[in-house]
Design a protein around this ligand. Structure first.
Ligand SMILES: [Fe+2]
Length: 342
């Protein structure tokens, strides 16, 4: 018989009775501005793989960032998920992220799709495409973002507002490739070609083109995919009236942006947060994450079974590091303001 000193037994009893209070359930507090059907599978997959429960707080992008700022050091948030490198960069500028290093993330996420300091990582990609009216525009008639500034398109272009993050990031890429002066000339030219003042989201621009209000616009591919996959016949009809161009195939490639995430500055569950980012880079999670919004997985070789994306040709993507889109954002905003894009 093994004999324990009395003191050891007492300590063991104290430890046992205290156990339920000490061994708290492992949790991860996820702040997300993305919400899709496949998210449920994503969270369930993470909990199954790690035993960590996911609490989520969902809100619109800007509301979420505001909330985190207000919570400050007391924020329970571990991971922030949001869309567009320009928005992730803004969150980084506000000090909402902490840098993390992970061999898994370094190996799985292409270097140009993550912030070099490890503050945030891209987990799916989206492309900014030109959409045109099949009735009014011939295939091949427009091939580059630069073409949208050609006087040929005067009164024929629809665009959303210049405060929109997608347009800020696109101009950020153009600044990098063309230089500020040419980027400004482009913005000036597109502004002069507008059929109507900028208003509404990407889907509104697509509907305007389909309705004949204008002939060309730009859109992220998932808005186009949503129309074609819609349950509503009238939305499918909008999609079917549109032609799609992957711009700049003969130069710097089509502008690509990301949906991404980073570990939050005051994360109380830092280890779980890193595990969650690593889980997002797994084949299984990549499929859920990308497919939820008709996007492409960030990790090479992961395939999503999506009828619209599957029908697209292979295309040349801009190889720019997405962090530059944020870095150029102040210049983009100034240019849009100077040309009075609205
Ligand atoms: Fe969007």
């Amino acid at each position: 018989m093994v004999r324990f000193p009395f003191k050891t037994i007492i300590l063991a009893i104290v430890a046992l009775s205290a156990a339920p209070a000490i061994a708290q359930e492992k949790v991860l507090n996820l702040y997300s501005s993305r919400h899709y059907q496949t998210d449920e599978a994503l969270y369930a997959g993470f909990t199954k793989a790690t035993g960590i429960k996911v609490n989520r707080i969902e809100a619109g992008e800007d509301a979420l960032i505001e909330r985190i700022r207000n919570e400050g050091e007391r924020s329970p948030g571990d991971v922030l998920v949001t869309v567009d490198a320009g928005r992730l960069w803004r969150a980084e500028q506000l000090g909402l992220f902490q840098p993390v290093r992970s061999a898994v993330l370094d190996q799985r996420i292409p270097a140009n799709l993550r912030e070099p300091g490890g503050h945030w990582y891209g987990f799916s990609t989206r492309a900014r495409l030109i959409a045109y009216s099949k009735l009014k525009v011939k295939a091949g008639e427009i091939q580059n973002y630069e073409d949208l500034a050609d006087p040929k398109w005067k009164g024929r272009v629809c665009m959303r507002s210049s405060t929109n993050i997608y347009n800020l990031s696109l101009l950020g890429a153009m600044i990098d490739h063309l230089g500020e002066q040419k980027a400004e000339q482009w913005a000036q030219g597109v502004r002069a070609n507008l059929a109507v003042d900028p208003k509404g989201g990407d889907t509104d621009q697509l509907k305007n083109v389909a309705a004949g209000q204008c002939d060309v616009t730009i859109t992220n591919q998932y808005y186009y995919a949503r129309l074609l996959r819609s349950q509503k016949p009238d939305e499918r009809q909008v999609g079917e009236r549109l032609g799609i161009v992957f711009p700049n195939q003969k130069s710097w490639g089509t502008h690509v942006n990301i949906s991404g995430a980073g570990v939050m500055k005051h994360s109380p569950n830092r280890e779980a947060a890193i595990k969650y980012l690593e889980y997002l880079a797994s084949d299984e999670a990549q499929r859920y994450f990308a497919d939820g919004n008709n996007e492409w997985p960030a990790v090479a070789g992961v395939k999503v079974d999506n009828p619209v994306l599957g029908a697209f040709p292979d295309f040349k993507r801009d190889a720019l590091n997405v962090a530059l889109l944020g870095r150029n954002q102040p210049s983009s905003q100034k240019i849009y303001d100077r040309v009075a894009w609205k």
